[in-house]
Design a protein around this ligand. Structure first.
Ligand code: FMN
Length: 382
């Protein structure tokens, strides 16, 4: 129900006046209360509005996905996310370092046992198992949660080198994961690794993990490549079923009181969506892999902007952490209303504002940069 608020109307008129005096061509919409009310009624979600989405071969009821985060660490947490209205859930990550650590510990135990109690070897499995601690807990969580929710559960495996840790992808699939999100967080800090080596490593890890599972594999990665488009194309060729753009680089900060470097863990802001959105828009229609958007979702508008840019799914952790899992339902209803207001289907809207297929994406980006600077000069010059 929209109530008439003279102060809000006054503020909107003032904002429009200021914008027009600054030369902005973005004008505020000032509608009468009656018009707003009928617009709201027309936009209310109705039975039959379909947000059905294909994401890396998985059929989702809607394109909103809970990204890997703190809310998926228990069966109850995962159930709450599903009941909250998301179309799929990506679980928190199991890290290569954790798997390696557990495997090494098991091997050490096996060695110690063989030195002190030779006969005790009979009691150990032939192969050292990493079925302990975090890995076992993770696999058990998949086994328990996947059957009790009505949306796909995607496991997250996080690593940056080649190695046996990637065998865990198969275990995740066997435990009941519908897909794997492979997070490759690799930002070399040395002065010798070349860009090509970094790219090769990404492609090799993808090929390795893909060879171990039959379920779809999404790759979540950073934007820091000399030519991200070529990297995306290589990963597509290497068999990635989806690309998730982008990992959020949690840069450390310096605490001046403690004189210490402290790790950063703040939640994202909507402004941060511009970088992934630009790349999704440039890749839309140009690669086979699905496109997942992550970072900077707080409102329905943020979700819609990603869809217009060409995202197959839009992920969020920050919004669900801030507002609770049931907020997903509000975001999804918001998307339906927005589409109704514009009289668009989701399929029509998706990619509507991507870089046009007949346009050179490099020229497009440069033109955007130049026109942005020109506008800024007009607005800020004295
Ligand atoms: C508390 C917290 C825990 C997270 N844990 C993981 C994780 O285990 N694996 C992963 O790939 N991303 C993880 N992320 C990153 C999110 O999946 C997401 O990519 C990032 O937060 C940006 O999206 P947002 O703006 O919706 O938060 C985490 C984020 C937060 C805030």
């Amino acid at each position: 129900m929209v109530e008439f608020n003279p102060e809000a109307l006054q503020a909107a008129m003032e904002s429009a006046r200021q914008k027009s005096s600054m030369g902005s061509n973005v004008t505020d919409q000032i509608a009468s209360p009656a018009a707003l009310l009928s617009e709201e009624r027309a936009a209310a979600p109705r039975v039959g509005d379909s947000l059905q989405t294909d994401y890396m071969g998985l059929s989702l009821r809607n394109p909103l996905v809970a990204s890997a985060g703190p809310l998926s660490q228990t069966v109850d947490g995962i159930k709450e996310l599903a009941e909250g209205g998301v179309g799929a859930i990506v679980m928190y990550s199991l890290f290569e370092e954790q798997i390696r650590h557990e495997t090494a510990r098991e091997a050490r135990l096996l060695d110690q046992g063989s030195e002190s109690f030779a006969e005790a070897l009979n009691y150990f499995p032939i192969e050292p198992s990493n079925e302990s601690g975090l890995t076992r807990t993770y696999l058990k969580l998949i086994e328990q949660a996947a059957p009790v929710i009505d949306v796909p559960l995607i496991a997250s495996l996080n690593g940056s080198t080649m190695g046996e840790w990637s065998d865990t992808a198969r275990r995740m699939a066997d435990a009941g994961a519908a897909g794997i999100e492979l997070n490759i967080y690799y930002l070399p800090g040395d002065l010798v690794t070349t860009g090509r080596e970094v790219e090769d490593r990404h492609a090799e890890i993808v090929v390795d993990v893909k060879s171990k599972v039959d379920i779809p594999v999404a790759v979540k990665l950073s934007p820091y490549f000399s030519s991200f488009g070529e990297m995306a194309h290589r990963l597509d060729q290497a068999g990635a079923d989806a690309l998730v753009l982008f990992n959020r680089f949690l840069q450390p900060d310096i605490d001046l009181n403690q004189l210490k470097v402290v790790s950063g863990f703040d939640l994202s802001r909507p402004d941060e969506a511009k970088l992934p959105r630009s790349w999704i828009s440039a890749l839309y229609g140009r690669i086979d892999a699905s496109l997942g958007a992550t970072t900077g979702v707080e409102t329905t508008q943020d979700v819609v902007k990603y869809l217009l840019a060409g995202a197959d799914v839009v992920m969020t952790t920050a919004a669900l952490v801030r507002n609770g899992p049931s907020y997903a339902g509000q975001l999804v209803d918001g998307v339906t209303s927005w589409l109704r207001r514009r009289q668009l289907s989701l399929d029509k809207a998706r990619g509507m504002l991507a870089v046009p297929s007949d346009t050179d994406a490099t020229d497009y980006a440069r033109a955007g940069y130049v026109s942005g600077l020109e506008r800024a000069k007009q607005v800020y010059s004295r």
